[in-house]
Structure formats: C-alpha cells, structure tokens
Design a protein around this ligand. Structure first.
Ligand SMILES: O=C(O)C1=C[C@@H](OP(=O)(O)O)[C@@H](O)[C@H](O)C1
Ligand SMILES: C=C(OP(=O)(O)O)C(=O)O
Length: 430
C-alpha cells in the first residue's frame, strides 16, 4: 500500500501503543515460565513472530478478544522445534530466540525476511559456540538462516557491545535456565544500553535475578521464571510515542495529547526532552502518563542517539523542519536496523528537498538550507522510515506519497488511522 498525505493541522488525543520491547520480553519470559497472563501486549507483526517461536518451542500463546495474552510456557528449557522458526522482520525475535534455541537438546533452524537475513548475528553465534553450543550461519556470513544446536550449560562469554544490545538481552534471558548461569563480558562500550535495563526490569518482574557487573552483566543459572501473581502488564511505547509527539511539535497549534506515556526504563523517553530542547511547547505529566504538545518554531540541536537508535528517523524529520543544523551523533549502530536508517533518511528527505551531511557515525540535517517539498518517497520496507516520512508530509509544500506503508504493522499497526483521527487528510492506494 502507498499513502498520500496532504499537509494538515492536527489536534486531539492519541493513545500510545504498548511497548514492542517489553512485549517481546514478556512473551519469551512467559515461555520460560509455566503459565502467565500478559496484559496490554502489543500485537504487531514483530511480537507475533516471538509468540510463534514460543509455540515452536512447545509453549502455547493465545489471545483473547480484549488483547490479553494467555501463555502456557515451555517451562524452562525449550523443546526442539518441529519446524523452521520464521522471525520475519524482527531482529529482537531472532536474537532472543537464537539464545533460547541453544538451550534445547537438539537443532533449531531460524530464518527471516530479506532485511532480517542481512542483519548481523555473528557475535551471538560466536558467544553460543564459546558456551559449547553450535551456532552457524548457513551462508557462513554471520547472517541468517541460522542453525543452532544445544544444549549449552552456561559459562563466561566475551561479546562486543556496539553492534546490538539484543545479544546481551538474549544471553541473560537464556542464562537464567542454564545449569551454570552466564557471565557476559563486554569487549567494547555498550550501545543501546537502556534496552538491557528493560531486560533487567522484566527479568526482575518474572522473579529472575540478573545484574550489571564491573565488565558486563551476569545471571545465575538454575532459576525459574515466575511472574508475581502470574501476571504481567506492558507499558506504553516511547519509540512509537515519538511519532505523535513529533507530529504535534511540527503540525499542531491547537495541541495533541498523548495518553499511556508512563515512565519506564525505555531510553526513548528522551524524545520528550529532545522536542522540548528544539523549542516545542511540551508538558509531560509523569503521574498521569500524559504528554501535551503543540507546535512552535523549532531550532536545530545536537543529539546523541547512542542510547536511543530508534529515535533517529523522528529526529531527522524534526531537524528538517527546524531552523539551523540538527546534528545527530553516535549513530553507527543505526545502520544495522531493518535498513541503514542513516542513509535512508538522508536520501529520502533529500528527495523532499532537505539538505543533509552524512558521515559514518552521524547525520546532520541542515534545516535552514531546506525547503520541505511534497514528493514520492520510499518507505524502504522499514516501519520507522515510513512513519518519519509521513510526519514530514504533514508540513511539506504539496502532497507526499510514502510507498510501501504496510510495514508499519511491525510496531504501530494503527499509525495511519491515528494520523487520520488527529485530523490528517490522507489517501490510501493499494
Ligand atoms: O532490545 C530491544 O527491544 C531493542 C534494542 C535496540 O536494538 P539494538 O540493541 O540492536 O541497537 C532497538 O533498536 C530495537 O528496536 C529494540
Ligand atoms: C530495530 C528495530 O527492531 P528489531 O531490532 O527488533 O528489528 C526497531 O523496532 O526499530
């Protein structure tokens, strides 16, 4: 599907979708447990991939009409899957499930779509091999399809911290049910660190102890996943909140209210401060979980995305509207996502008349030298590129068509419906 956006002024209330990161972890943690009710779960293409993996490992995930998930876990170590596990587009699923597969007494095969089959898995495969499992890329290039044979007993592994924090999350979640536990030693500085904080929070809520150490992270073996009261509730998603928040900051004189914005370990809560620093009128009531935002002239800022890679596309669009330069730094790991998002945003915003300077580790958007013009742009089969370009379309001169918009179902299936509810005039073409 393509979506054509006519520049529009927005107003109204947006409900934050549930967190994708928390939902993935809750579904897999419930798999490691015996029986869990997961409330307010995100049901998107990516989280359904994790639910399918839990089914493949011998668990059963069912969804009630109100969206609540009832999960019968495989309770400890997974069964050997009867079929290939297809992780579709989801990096989180592939990393977390690869380490889970190394616990099974036999061989698992994992694959994904073309994008996922081009993302780096090598360091995690190396870690599993160091733990005396077998983990191979069928093409020998560190990318899926993957063949993983367990069971691992645990031990110490060294792993880089600057490719994906998901390797560490995966090892900590699996390590709890090994015999010996897993000590993860970081070989380089950790990027995307708040995502490991999310993992530690979810593990604690499931009664599993894991901790940060002087040189990495550690989890004891022989633990059971046992959520308090057999239930877990997922908080709102701040990566997703970044879109209505940025939309309000650039295209709403009358104001947008976002509900479900309760504080949690998500690093992407930083978007509230970023929008504020750029000059929008923003107020976050943390107790009520509401954010009110309205537009004002924006100015460029310098912002590091070391901890918050998923915010880069949103910040790039804000920069295109702002006066002056928006310098986005520490962005190398943003190139390893569903697409190389640094290049994708530079090129697609470029098609809309935006000047930028791309370096390996940074992207500078020259807002003052840019005139945002409506154009036909590619969503690059990447949910965050699609949503960020749609935001640009709200304030461009003329209509903007974003191609291949179906992929928003990865994290924010209701995104275009929400834009319409807020007053955006758009047309869908199948
Ligand atoms: O663990 C997670 O839930 C995620 C970690 C981040 O990836 P990296 O750790 O690979 O940067 C982030 O980009 C991704 O959207 C979700
Ligand atoms: C990179 C993302 O997710 P994943 O790594 O799970 O594919 C994302 O949601 O932006």
């Amino acid at each position: 599907m393509n979506v054509t956006i006519t520049p529009s002024s927005l107003q109204g209330t947006a409900q934050a979708p549930p967190s994708k990161s928390y939902t993935h972890r809750a579904i897999l943690a419930a798999g490691y447990a015996s029986q869990t009710t997961v409330r307010d779960a995100l049901w998107s293409a990516d989280t359904q991939a994790t639910a399918r993996a839990v089914d493949c490992f011998g668990g059963a995930v069912s969804r009630a009409d109100d969206g609540t998930l009832e999960i019968d876990g495989f309770d400890g170590r997974p069964d050997v899957p009867a079929d290939v596990i297809n992780c579709d587009n989801s990096g989180t699923t592939m990393r977390l499930v690869t380490a889970a597969a190394a616990l099974a007494d036999g061989t698992s095969v994992l694959t994904g779509d073309e994008s996922l089959r081009s993302r780096p898995q090598g360091p995690l495969l190396g870690a599993i091999a160091d733990l005396a499992g077998e983990a191979k890329s069928t093409r020998g290039n560190g990318q899926a399809p993957l063949v993983v044979t367990g069971p691992i007993a645990g031990g110490e592994v060294a792993i880089p911290g600057d490719v994906s924090s998901q390797y560490i999350t995966a090892l900590l979640m699996a390590g709890a049910v090994t015999d010996e536990g897993i000590d993860v030693v970081l070989e380089t500085e950790l990027k995307s660190a708040p995502y490991v904080d999310i993992t530690l929070e979810v593990l604690e809520d499931f009664g599993v102890e894991a901790r940060q150490t002087a040189d990495g992270f550690s989890v004891e073996g022989g633990q059971s996943y046992d959520p308090v009261g057999g239930e877990y509730a997922v908080p709102g998603d701040f990566s997703s909140i970044s879109y209505p928040l940025a939309a309000g900051a650039i295209a709403s004189e009358d104001g947008v209210r976002i509900e479900g914005a309760n504080p949690s370990a998500q690093g992407d809560t930083a978007i509230v401060d970023i929008v504020d620093r750029m000059g929008a009128d923003v107020d976050w009531d943390r107790e009520a979980g509401t954010i009110d935002v309205s537009s004002a002239p924006l100015s460029g800022i310098e912002v590091s995305v070391e901890d918050t890679p998923d915010l880069l596309p949103t910040i790039a669009t804000l920069g295109a509207v702002a006066d002056g330069d928006t310098h986005i730094t520490n962005a190398e790991h943003v190139r390893y996502k569903e697409t190389d998002r640094v290049s994708a945003m530079a090129e697609e915003l470029g098609t809309m008349g935006v000047e930028s300077t791309e370096e390996h580790d940074s992207l500078t958007i020259h807002g003052s030298e840019s005139t945002l013009e409506g154009a036909t742009v590619s969503g690059r089969a990447d949910h965050r590129i699609i949503m960020a370009l749609a935001l640009a379309g709200l304030v461009a001169d003329g209509e903007t068509t974003v191609e291949g918009t179906d992929h928003v179902d990865v994290s924010f299936p209701g995104f275009f419906g929400l834009l319409e509810e807020l007053g955006c005039s758009l047309e869908r073409q199948s």
